[in-house]
Design a protein around this ligand. Structure first.
Ligand code: CFN
Length: 538
């Protein structure tokens, strides 16, 4: 058991082997052997994919509408563009949602689009958009309408923002637009930034109603895939901590407009929402730090850190009590599955945070992550935030008009800022975000924006027991005899966050890596007449 196959350096050579010179130069910087995890090497992340390479990445529209704003369930989302963009972003990510308060509406079961046609490309689509907003308003009377521009809209120059302003005035509701044309930036990442700017400008801070609760926080960068946010809600409710807004998972417009009343922001997916944490701290004085509720160690550490932040003995004790109780359920499951999963191998290629966060869950089960990489994360996500302390504005935001955020003297909560200062003086660390490479073992492979060819090579050389990956490659991986856990939508499973989520994950990975069915599939490189593929389960 354990990894078999060539050294990481040899595998790297073999992956790069077929590339022409220019591509080779580029990919060499993006495929690294993790030689000195404590001081990670510089990785070539967040750069344009070489045309012709099959990438896992998505587009800016996906990052904006699909990821950050789309999950707000009572905002009516209209995609301005050809129908495919609206269709493909219609709940395929499994960001779960349900109405939580009486009188609310959930529009996410609908997919709304202006269904742009050739005529609109030739004569402009603004009238069509105006009409669509009117029609949607007449039909549903929502509190807010959000409009998303797709590639052709940017190319023909429709001014969605002036249409939104006009309709906002006419209808008397909040209408705002996002210039998140798919071609902007190099991946989803630019879309996250555009989304954060827009949410901050058009929603955050609109409702100053005080929230009467002792400990109140927001969770940023938690999108409720497979119900993760609901498991986190459950744990916080047990601890006596109120979550005002989860940005953006299972969340309403009202939660978002009121969430600046929180005492603290904790950030789950740093990649997609660090901008929001910074902006809220600047304007309202709300401190933030990074947490991770994927894996039991991360969950325990995050809960303890939040309790420490508030510093109240009763809360600290309560958190310990909750952890002890939950762990009594997790422990027997983990002990059982580990008898089968110990020493097995995994590889992870996902998005901008999960390829890191999910390593904890595999480590819990005694499994080794032999290779991992993000689709679109930046250097700080790989090497650790402290490596690049000056990163405030990312390279992919060049096209985005930066918001000039300043402290709001009326609403800036100076007591939060003072508290942060005194905690820091007492040794509390706000910025302990280590990045993926420090956690990974020496001589493992770190591969940014992995290509189809490289993934096939990896499977051929190592045949990991399971790969956590996704949207475009799941069935390619499975046809090669390796089970794939879709870590974007969780296939049909989840939640995987928190304590109950960890139990779900252990059981599923145990089932997937212990099943004999993968031994019966035949990999394409086997010639006819060969024996079935090598065993993956024993
Ligand atoms: S839910 Fe998040 S956790 S938001 Fe981001 S970087 Fe995507 S949609 Mo797919 S699963 Fe993935 Fe992350 Fe943050 Fe999801 S790892 S690629 S853009 N992502």
């Amino acid at each position: 058991m354990g990894p078999t196959g060539p050294s990481a350096a040899e595998a790297r050579e073999q992956m790069l082997d077929i590339y022409p010179k220019k591509t080779l130069r580029k990919r060499s910087k993006q495929i690294l052997v993790n030689e000195t995890p404590s001081t990670p090497a510089e990785i070539g992340a967040n750069s344009r994919t070489v045309p012709g390479i099959i990438t896992q990445r998505g587009c800016s529209y996906a990052g904006c509408k699909g990821v950050v704003i789309g999950p707000i369930y009572d905002v009516l989302h209209i995609t301005h563009g050809p129908i495919g963009c609206g269709w493909y972003s219609w709940l395929s990510r499994r960001n779960m949602n349900k109405i939580r308060k009486e009188g609310e509406t959930n529009y996410l079961q609908y997919s709304m689009s202006t269904d742009m046609q050739e005529d609109h490309i030739v004569f402009g689509g603004e009238k069509q958009l105006e009409q669509a907003i009117q029609e949607a308003y007449d039909e549903f009377k929502p509190k807010a309408i959000s409009v998303y521009a797709t590639c052709p809209v940017g190319l023909i120059g429709d001014d969605i923002h002036s249409v939104c302003r006009k309709m906002k005035e006419k209808l008397g509701i909040n209408v705002f637009g996002f210039s998140c044309e798919g071609y902007k930036g190099v991946s989803q990442s630019a879309g996250h930034h555009i989304a954060n700017n827009g949410v901050f400008k058009h929603m955050i801070g609109l409702d100053d109603t005080p929230v009467d609760f002792k400990y109140k926080i927001n969770i940023l960068g938690e999108y409720n895939i497979g119900g993760d946010a609901w498991e986190i809600d459950r744990i916080f409710a047990l601890c006596g901590i109120k979550i005002i807004g989860t940005l953006s998972g299972g969340v309403s417009y009202d939660d978002i407009t009121n969430c600046h009343m929180a005492d603290l922001n904790v950030v789950m997916c740093h990649r997609s929402i660090n901008y929001m944490a910074e902006m809220m701290e600047t304007k309202f004085g709300i401190p933030w730090f990074k947490v991770n509720f994927i894996g039991i160690e991360g969950t325990k550490k995050s809960l303890r850190k939040i309790a420490q932040y508030f510093g109240d003995k009763a809360l600290i004790d309560k958190v310990e009590e909750v952890i002890a109780k939950e762990m009594s359920e997790v422990r027997p499951v983990l002990e059982d599955v580990t008898t089968r999963t110990q020493g097995k191998t995994a590889a992870l290629f996902v998005g901008g945070s999960r390829a890191h966060h999910y390593q904890d869950l595999f480590n819990d089960m005694g499994m080794q992550v032999i290779a991992a990489g993000y689709e679109f994360a930046h250097r700080d996500d790989y090497e650790g935030r402290d490596v690049l302390p000056s990163i405030k504005v990312d390279a992919d935001s060049r096209n985005i008009e930066e918001l000039k955020i300043e402290a709001d003297p009326e609403r800036y909560n100076a007591s939060h800022a003072e508290r942060k200062k005194s905690l820091e003086e007492a040794g509390f660390t706000f910025e302990d975000y280590e990045g993926m490479m420090r956690q990974m073992a020496k001589d493992t492979l770190v591969i940014d924006d992995i290509s189809h060819h490289e993934l096939e090579k990896l499977i051929e050389l190592y045949k990991p027991n399971v790969i956590g990956s996704g949207v475009k490659d799941k069935y390619v991986i499975e046809k090669m005899g390796v089970p794939c856990k879709q870590l974007h939508s969780y296939d049909y499973g989840g939640p995987y966050a928190g304590f109950k989520g960890a139990i779900n994950f252990y059981k599923e990975i145990d089932r997937m890596t212990s099943s004999k069915v993968w031994q019966l599939t035949r990999a394409p490189w086997h010639e006819a007449g060969d024996a079935p593929a090598t065993e993956t389960a024993e």
